[in-house]
Design a protein around this ligand. Structure first.
Ligand code: ATP
Ligand code: SF4
Ligand code: MG
Length: 363
């Protein structure tokens, strides 16, 4: 086999190209904001706001998986709730499948509700313990008034089969299932109305490590079989590494870096992304001595989203910060030499082979 054929063979193993052949956006978000007001006194006068999501732009292409990653409180779940319209945006625009859904009221949203579903972290609290599995998975049919060809029971049993559960267990209750099985029940319910987009908010973080891979594999199989588009939310980059075609990294209500998986993991540009990657001890791909593991510890707490730092929000924890970082917010742009899918919001992005463990941050 020639070298070029061998290289093509390697490239063919990555799912991104196959899953996003023409990069048509299913969801497109511009300037999206969610500010939660903080009120005071009897008159509930607004005195401040939690800037949970503070002006983000991104697209989700048909058939792809976009990973959304960042530390606790950076606005991931709020973003998920905004794009599925479980929360009302403060500003910005959300376009889903060509329609502006930013401020649709309940009635006008109903047809879109079927197309976009959310899977939640906790398979214990998200299922009603007093309802049978049949009632839980069949509920969306009743709520949306959807007719099924062979009746709801048969449709539910087909869904149970699809997610790897025994269809005979239709009459059992959630407590009779393990954590992984309950997450499968939640996924079956999500699939009932054949959604186009699924936002999975930390879908495996409440599960045993041994079960996590099974649920991730199930999500991947379902994506292939049903042509689904996913946004998968996680705390750390390792969880979304294998499932994502592209990854967006959030910090304090902003997207600081977004890239196709290969570029992001091989050449992280934003210091925060580098720090997040180093939070788990993995070999740094840019270090010549590949067996050397380094950790850039994220020191200090995330600042308050009520009063975020001026300029670049990461500057209070960044080892590369300079004066301009305090005065000018860096735009999210594609750097020269980076892949066209790779955008970074930083005045001094990390270069290839740059030593990043300096300034006393290395462990
Ligand atoms: N309903 C609300 N009212 C006021 N503040 C809120 C509300 N929901 C979220 N927040 C705040 O908005 C910020 C972002 O929260 P969000 O839940 O989106 O973060 P997250 O990235 O999902 O965090 P985690 O990883 O812990 O789930 C946090 O500071 C949170 O306290
Ligand atoms: S803009 Fe400045 S403070 Fe922000 S990440 Fe880049 S170097 Fe660090
Ligand atoms: Mg969350």
């Amino acid at each position: 086999m020639t070298e070029s054929i061998a290289r093509e063979g390697v490239a063919a193993q990555t799912p991104s190209a196959a899953q996003t052949p023409n990069k048509e956006a299913l969801l497109s978000v511009t300037g999206l904001q969610k500010h939660f007001p903080i009120t005071k006194g009897l008159l509930k006068r607004q005195v401040a706001a939690v800037k949970a999501v503070d002006g983000i732009d991104f697209e989700v292409y048909k058939g792809e998986t976009l990973g959304l990653v960042g530390e606790s409180g950076c606005g991931k779940s709020t973003t998920g709730r905004l794009i599925t319209r479980l929360a009302e945006p403060t500003a910005g625009k959300i376009t889903f499948d060509g329609s502006d859904i930013t401020h649709l009221k309940t009635g006008a949203m109903r047809p879109f509700r079927r197309d976009m579903q959310m899977i939640f972290q906790d398979p214990f609290s998200s299922l009603n313990p007093r309802h049978t599995v049949g009632a839980i998975v069949g509920a969306p049919f009743h709520i949306q008034g959807v007719k099924t060809e062979h009746g709801v029971k048969r449709a539910v049993q087909d869904l149970l089969k699809l997610v790897g559960l025994n269809p005979e267990h239709y009459n059992r209750y959630p407590h009779e299932f393990s954590g992984g099985q309950r997450q499968r029940i939640g996924i079956a319910r999500t699939l009932a109305l054949k959604p186009k987009l699924i936002v999975a908010d930390e879908p495996v973080s409440a599960l045993d490590v041994s079960i996590q891979a099974q649920v991730v594999n199930l999500l991947e199989d379902l994506q292939e079989e049903l042509g689904l588009t996913y946004v998968v939310i996680a705390h750390d980059l390792s969880v979304v590494r294998h499932i994502s075609d592209r990854v967006a990294v959030m910090y304090l209500g902003k997207i600081v870096e977004v890239a196709d998986r290969e570029s992001l993991y091989a050449n992280p540009r934003h210091p925060y992304t580098v720090a997040l990657m180093s939070a788990v001890p993995v070999p740094n791909p840019r270090r010549r001595e590949s067996n050397q593991r380094e950790r850039v510890l994220l020191t200090g707490d995330v600042p308050s989203p009520i009063d975020p730092p001026s300029g670049c929000r990461f500057r209070t924890r960044c080892w590369k910060a300079q004066e301009i970082c305090a005065t000018t917010e860096p735009p999210l742009v594609v750097r020269e030499g980076d892949s066209p899918d790779h955008a970074t919001a930083c005045h001094f992005p990390v270069a290839d082979n740059e030593e990043v463990a300096g300034r006393g941050q290395a462990a």
